[in-house]
Design a protein around this ligand. Structure first.
Ligand SMILES: Cc1cc2nc3c(=O)[nH]c(=O)nc-3n(C[C@H](O)[C@H](O)[C@H](O)COP(=O)(O)OP(=O)(O)OC[C@H]3O[C@@H](n4cnc5c(N)ncnc54)[C@H](O)[C@@H]3O)c2cc1C
Length: 417
């Protein structure tokens, strides 16, 4: 059956410290900082008792909540203020809604998203145990605004007493014992502060993760790039979303509109080809307006296009060449991999799978007595399999090989305009 995913166990390399790019010493403030994670020198403590999360997007916030539920002390470093102004809509999969419920924020997101009730979430809830369903037929059961998800998770994290340090970027420093210590740098200037050595550092700073780059962990391209324009269009869509395959010559282009009649605007994302790279912002808006008119069956002009206008995104199956670093660092969410928008996996995989796998690391060490090395190696395997599953599920579409779209609700094929 289409969308069933088979995976192959990859050969795993033991996690190792990557200190080459981290040797620059950091200028610390003159006043001795209040260490949140006191430097311990050689970490002799066996248990994982605290964590520092880099990035307060959905993955980082969800991870922080799950770790705090285990009684851990958790701190988030986020470069933005928590104003949660990114308004684009995401297709949420069934798993995503269940995860939101598991995180205790479903009701808030449900109300913000304008659903009276949701048939999926009113149905029986089965624990996911990290097994996200990546079949295309489950690709969208509801539309959520990323800002609504982030706000709900942020408020929950605040109620739990998780320290959220805004306007801060993190820099990791390799220590002799194989752990990484963390230095917080204020975005708007001011002295850097040492945070000490957390038991666990969770890297959740998104697809352009500066932390991953600093660690020397590259993104490996696993498919050719696809070019997308996305922006808010000031027309409501109604309760349904639209996902359309547009045949342009031999190419299948992917176009998607998500939103809700509750919102005055709809998020539209349309695929083009490499020529989008050479277009001006005005030309891109005209392209988006033309395709948006097809999607919404309304006349859309560049004047209707708001947030995100003129910007181009490259979508590609990519994955970090390592999922962990040293003895205390692991990557989650978009910092770990990105992939096809057809299967709507970004938020889904972060919430259902990465966070679950992260919880397993803590439980493996704290409850099951595994060594850190074993627990991180286990995380590496789980994460690699999850990435592979998502990439397999989305690769047909990324390569434009879709000839038949099976889903009878979500997908429409239009002839070339
Ligand atoms: C236009 C668009 C449409 C999408 N549609 C869908 C969809 O339909 N379905 C779906 O499942 N997914 C979708 N996604 C993907 C989804 O948004 C991501 O997978 C999800 O947001 C990943 O969460 P994250 O927390 O890993 O990363 P992000 O959301 O990128 O969050 C990273 C956070 O880290 C912060 N940060 C960055 N650098 C630093 C630093 N140096 N120090 C501190 N903080 C830092 C950022 O400010 C940000 O808050 C879409 C994404 C986009 C852009």
């Amino acid at each position: 059956m289409r969308g069933q995913v088979r995976t192959v166990l990859p050969a795993m390399a033991a996690p190792q410290a990557r200190s080459q790019k981290l040797t620059d010493s950091v200028q610390l403030s003159q006043t001795p900082p209040q260490f949140l994670f006191p430097p311990t020198g050689e970490v002799t403590r066996r248990l994982i008792e605290n964590a520092l999360v880099i990035g307060g997007g959905p993955a980082g916030l969800a991870a922080a909540i799950k770790l705090a539920e285990r009684g851990m002390q958790v701190v988030i470093l986020e470069m933005r203020s928590p104003d949660y102004s990114r308004p684009h809509h995401l297709n949420a999969r069934e798993d995503t809604l269940h995860s939101l419920r598991d995180l205790g924020v479903y009701e808030q997101v449900r109300q913000a998203s304008g659903w009276d009730e949701h048939p999926v979430c009113e149905s029986e809830w089965k624990p996911l145990h990290g097994q996200a369903d990546l079949t295309l037929s489950e690709a969208s059961v509801g539309q959520v605004r990323i800002s609504d998800v982030e706000r709900a998770l942020f408020e929950k994290s605040q109620k739990m007493g998780i320290l959220f340090m805004e306007g801060q970027t993190a820099q990791l420093q390799a220590e002799k014992d194989g752990n990484y210590s963390v230095v917080a740098r204020p975005v708007h200037g001011g002295p850097a502060e040492s945070m000490g050595t957390p038991d666990l550092v969770v890297v959740a700073d998104g697809a352009n993760s500066p932390t991953r780059k600093d660690l020397g962990i590259e993104f490996i391209d696993e498919s050719s790039p696809r070019y997308y324009l996305g922006a808010l269009v000031d027309v409501p869509i109604g309760p349904d979303f639209r996902k359309v395959g547009l045949h342009d010559g031999n190419q299948l282009f992917h176009m998607m509109a998500t939103g809700h009649s509750k919102y005055p605007s709809t998020w539209i994302s349309v695929e083009g080809d490499a020529r989008l790279q050479t277009m001006s912002a005005e030309e891109r808006n005209r392209y988006l307006a033309e395709r948006g008119s097809i999607l919404l069956d309304r006349t859309i002009t560049p004047k209707n296009i708001g947030w995100g206008s003129g910007q181009m995104t490259i979508v590609q199956n990519r994955r970090a060449e390592e999922c962990t670093a040293g003895r205390n660092v692991l990557l989650i969410g978009d910092a770990l991999r990105t992939g096809s928008v057809w299967v709507s996996g970004g938020l889904n995989l972060a919430l259902t799978t990465d966070v679950y796998n992260l919880e397993q690391v803590v439980d493996n060490i704290n409850l099951r007595g595994l060594s850190r090395e074993q627990a991180l190696a286990d995380y590496d395997i789980r994460s690699t399999l999850a990435t592979e599953a998502w990439h397999v599920a989305g690769s047909d579409e990324l390569e434009g090989r879709v000839k038949q779209l099976e889903d009878n609700v979500s997908y429409v094929c239009l002839p070339k305009a």
